[in-house]
Ligand binder design. Structure first.
Ligand code: XUL
Ligand code: CO
Length: 438
């Protein structure tokens, strides 16, 4: 046990009047919203990588965090010390889930054999930790972007030997996720893209990616994993062009390889921003395609164009996102993973708690706002009235494929009037959102 968090008592709900920075003001885990507790709606997860692996380094300077479990070696002992610290943090914060990459949790490995052995050794330890903790696994994932072998891609690498290494990592990580009772498994294609077209065969790489994801799905069924598989879209960073650009691109990819019923998406707001979309657009696209899965909550910085992975703090933006999440039926296997990190100057144990308490309070408020908006039916009534013309007549026939261009054209001629423009009422609707953002 590191003792690093010993001075911090388990975080309690104290209500909006509390001045205690180490208490929840809105995240009242058991409070019922639309018939379900806040905890069950949000399914909050703490991520392993930003909190327990990163030591605060940036490209200009060394680590600033000085966590006792960060030593010179990343061996089994170090991995176990990190695991102790992580579960100590989870137990004090009291969130229901965590997420990890294989390489976050295990001792460093170079060869395939070492990888399998080191990963298996820590999965045993994670299993015993989980047996004595209330924290469950939301999802696991294989890190196929940090090691230099993945410089030119993971499953889209020109070198098939690299793809075999990917198969090894994903097989073992998927099996461990299954064994640890994970609700999902994520594939983020950080290196699945390219830096210059001059050395790249895009068609070949897409075929590799399509077949690789299909093999992952086949393996999921082979081992009886009942959780979901989610691709996490991102347009660029680290590569210039990433194949999983946004939700719509991922859907096109899934359709092409017949995977749209098997694989969903893990949406990250700042990845949406980088793709030129807003958060709720990506959620609603996923709802429309039937592939909504999970969220990596965070935010970017409006003044710079990279993936700053900051904790969310914009109530209106998250009210909108939660509205569309609830409208689509809410999370099933997915949840609210904070793929977010404290700033490098926030270098104490308290800062890790402030960040997560703030994020959880924000999401609880956004959830309550979104539920009020849903229950008021103000937005949904407006939208359904706007499209009500499609329920009957020739319009309904068009949607069911029972009419053609000739009949539609004749109908227009018969009426012989140019349709009057109808207000879209954007400002009126925005005012409703303002009224419910509280
Ligand atoms: C990178 C990112 C990843 C994935 C998991 O931008 O979001 O941490 O969530 O590999
Ligand atoms: Co992410």
């Amino acid at each position: 046990m590191s003792g690093y968090f010993d001075h911090i008592d388990p975080i309690q709900y104290e209500g909006p009047e509390s001045d205690n920075p180490l208490a929840f003001k809105y995240y009242d885990a058991k409070k019922k919203i639309m018939g379900k507790s806040i905890e069950d709606h949000l399914r909050v997860a703490v991520c392993y990588w930003h909190n327990f692996c990163w030591d605060g380094f940036d490209i200009f300077g060394a680590g600033t965090f000085d966590r006792p479990w960060h030593g010179p070696l990343n061996d089994q002992l170090a991995a176990e010390a990190k695991l102790d610290a992580a579960f100590d943090f989870f137990d004090r914060l009291g969130q229901p889930f965590f997420c990890f990459h294989d390489t976050d949790v295990m001792a460093a490995a170079n060869t395939p054999k070492e990888h399998v052995e080191n990963f298996a050794a820590i999965v045993d330890k994670i299993e015993s930790k989980m047996a004595n903790s209330k924290t469950n696994l939301l999802w696991g994932t294989a890190n196929m972007f940090s090691h230099p072998r993945y410089m030119a891609g993971a499953s889209t690498n020109p070198n098939p030997d690299v793809v075999e290494f990917c198969a090894l990592q994903v097989k073992h990580c998927l099996e461990a996720t299954h064994r640890l009772g994970g609700a999902g498994y994520v594939l983020w294609g950080g290196r699945e893209g390219y830096d210059t077209i001059l050395n790249t065969n895009v068609g070949q790489e897409m075929e590799q990616l399509g077949r690789f994801v299909s093999m992952v799905v086949e393996h999921k069924h082979k081992i009886g994993f009942k959780g979901d598989i989610w691709i996490e879209p991102k347009p660029h960073e680290p590569t210039k062009h990433q194949y999983d650009r946004d939700v719509a691109t991922v859907y096109g990819f899934l359709k092409t390889y017949g995977l749209e019923k098997e694989v969903g998406v893990n949406i990250e707001p700042n990845h949406a921003t980088l793709a030129g979309h807003n958060f709720e657009h990506e959620v609603e696209m996923a709802n429309a395609f039937g592939i909504f899965g999970s969220i990596d909550f965070n935010r970017g910085d409006p003044q710079n164009g990279w993936d700053t992975d900051q904790f969310p703090n914009d109530l209106r933006e998250n009210t909108m996102a939660l509205y569309y999440i609830l409208k689509g039926g809410g999370f099933t296997n997915g949840g609210a993973n904070f793929d977010a990190k404290v700033r490098r100057q926030s270098n104490t144990a308290e800062d890790l708690f402030f960040a997560h308490i703030g994020g959880m309070d924000l999401l609880a408020r956004a959830l309550m706002n979104a539920a009020d908006l849903i229950e008021s039916e103000k937005l949904s009534e407006f939208v359904s009235r706007r499209y009500s013309g499609w329920k009957t007549g020739l319009a309904a026939k068009m949607l069911s494929g029972q009419t053609d261009l000739d009949s539609m054209a004749s109908a227009a001629l018969e009426k012989n009037v140019s349709p009057e423009p109808i207000s879209g009422r954007q400002e009126y609707l925005e005012n409703i959102v303002t009224q419910y953002t509280k």
